[in-house]
Design a protein around this ligand. Structure first.
Ligand code: ZN
Length: 165
């Protein structure tokens, strides 16, 4: 088989899994079918995504970290669009670096839920850097709302961070 076809075949299953997961997360975040399909299509046709699949060892599962970040950002976007974001309601705890705590708790929660859907309760094996962070986030989430709140506060309290993300 020609090399191009070989990577295509190896990438096909994880790629379809990633698109399916994008749909599930889109559905969970937006609660409606149309935006969920849009998220799945966005992931499926992202040119960078296809280029990465073609060049970097064909491991679509390593891109689940990107999908976790998308779940986080999609939550902020959804809250901004629906008018429930912290800067509308002005009822959130503002950390000394400007980070709105409740806003980030909800977004990191979406991330943790995504990570659970992708890797299950034990998280990802052989996890380094970002993967290890997602594993810790997921573990904190499984300990319940109080532990998760404390975890996010600790993680987002760096003075250099400022608001955003
Ligand atoms: Zn955020």
């Amino acid at each position: 088989m020609r090399p191009q076809l070989r990577w295509l075949r190896r990438a096909a299953l994880p790629f379809l899994l990633l698109v399916a997961l994008a749909y599930v997360v889109g559905r969970a975040v937006f609660g409606r079918v149309a935006p969920a399909l849009a998220v799945a299509a966005f992931v499926a046709f992202l040119p960078q995504h296809l280029a990465i699949l073609g060049s970097v060892n064909n491991d679509a599962l390593s891109e689940l970290i990107i999908a976790a970040i998308l779940a986080h950002e999609a939550t902020h976007i959804d809250r901004a669009v629906s008018g429930t974001a912290c800067y509308y309601v002005d009822a959130c705890t503002k950390l000394s670096n400007g980070v709105e705590l409740e806003e980030e708790i909800v977004a990191h929660e979406a991330e943790a839920v995504w990570w659970l859907a992708a890797y299950g309760r034990n998280g990802k094996d052989r996890a380094f850097s970002s993967d290890a962070s997602e594993n810790r986030l997921k573990a904190a989430y499984l300990h319940g709302p109080d532990v998760f709140r404390k975890f996010v506060r600790e993680m987002r309290s760096d003075e250099r961070e400022g608001d955003g993300m």
